[in-house]
Each structure stands twice: as structure tokens, then as C-alpha cells.
Design a protein around this ligand. Sequence first.
Ligand code: PEP
Length: 249
Amino acid sequence: MRKHIVAGNWKMNNDLAQTERLIADLKKQSKTSDTEVMIAPTFTNLWQAFQNLRDYKIEVIAQNMHYAENGAFTGEISASMLKSIGVSTVILGHSERRAYFNETDDLLAKKVDAALAENMRVIFCFGEELADRKAENQETVVENQIKNALFHLDADAFNNILLAYEPVWAIGTGETASPEQVQDMHAFIRQILETKYGKNVADSVSILYGGSVKPNNAKEIFSKPDVDGGLIGGASLNAEDFFAIANAF
Ligand code: PEP
């Protein structure tokens, strides 16, 4: 049985006071359910968020990390630094990191290795741009992103990998991929996993969808058989909306 996961990516939003306020709101909304709930505040607020949520079933995760263990990489954070403050899941390959910080598949492969070496879980993001979709090239793009960054791993590594399909044209735009487009892509992803690693791995990896998921569309998207959760941007900044999405399963 695959895990259902709803993760909020706060991006570069919320200073310390705002983080504390949003966490207080999240605590009020939080209730026991089988869906794993995660939030990804900025680096500066991870420790505070972790301390604050110790007794709650809301995991605090990171938005990014560097691949090196330590050293002369000004401005960067390593996997072991995240682990040392209790963070054991990291988002890698978000389209904003790829677009604005030139993160390539090769770089992401190194980051994935570094996170797994620290026994961290990875939410690996990928997705096509609008031009790819218009050219009906989305499957090739997605297949290459997954193969280039992940297919050097052995099957066991997928115990710690969550996938997040995020079509770039649907992120922060208010335009959502239709539930059918999402299902088709998720089924395709499972197919590529099966071809490379076999049915057990393909059936056990959770595949999240991200791209303008809101309380009013979450239920339909999450009802698709190959959709195991969501990576939520904008709507994760409001506790009520975020939990309305998390409770949509
Ligand atoms: C995201 O940034 O991963 C995302 C899905 O954003 P939004 O929900 O705002 O489209």
C-alpha cells in the first residue's frame, strides 16, 4: 500500500514571526489521518519549525541542499547539517531550482546520492514546460529527467524516493493539469519504473502531483489511481486550505 503524502513547499515566504503564526494555525487544523503531512519552510526557520512541531504529525522538510558533505561552498547547506537539526526529507529538482539556479540532471543525481547517503528521503521533482506539452513531448522530457537523475540507483534506494510530477506550466499559474493528464503521466512514470526496476518498485513508489492544487480540485486529482498525493505551493501558505487539501484523500 503506497503512502499518501501532502507536502507544502513554502518557497521563499514567511519570516520567523510569520512561520510561527502559520505553524500555530496548522496545529489547530491538524488531526490524525493516514495521510503524511509535510511542510518545507525556509532554511532559517527549519529549526524553529521542527521544535514547534515535535509533538505533531507534521514533518518539517527542506526545500533544497548541496551535494557536498561540507567545504568551500558559500551559502550552501549539506545533508548532514539538515539531519543534525532533525530534518530527514528534502525536496530536490524543483522547477524553480532548475530554471533560476541552473540545476541540471547531473547535479541533481549528485544531490540525490548525497541525501540518500545520509539516509534522507528525497522528494524528486520533474516536469515538462509548456512548449514540451504543446509539442506532445512531455513523456520524453519526463522520462529523461527521471532516467538521468535516478536510474543509476539500485532498487532499494527507491524506499527513500518520492516522485513529484510538476508540469512547469501549472506551477503558480492557477492552471492545473486535468486529472486525466495527471493520471496518464503518473501511469507512464510507473511504467518506466517497472521496465527498469520491476513491478514491486513501480507499485511501491509514491508519485505526487504538483501544480496549482487547491481545495476545490484536490479531491478529483487525488481520486486517480496513480496519484498518491500532492506537492503544494501557494495553497500551503494558508493552514485551512492546506489541510482541506490534505484531507481530500
Ligand atoms: C510548487 O511550487 O511545487 C507548486 C506546485 O506550486 P503551486 O501549488 O503554487 O502551483
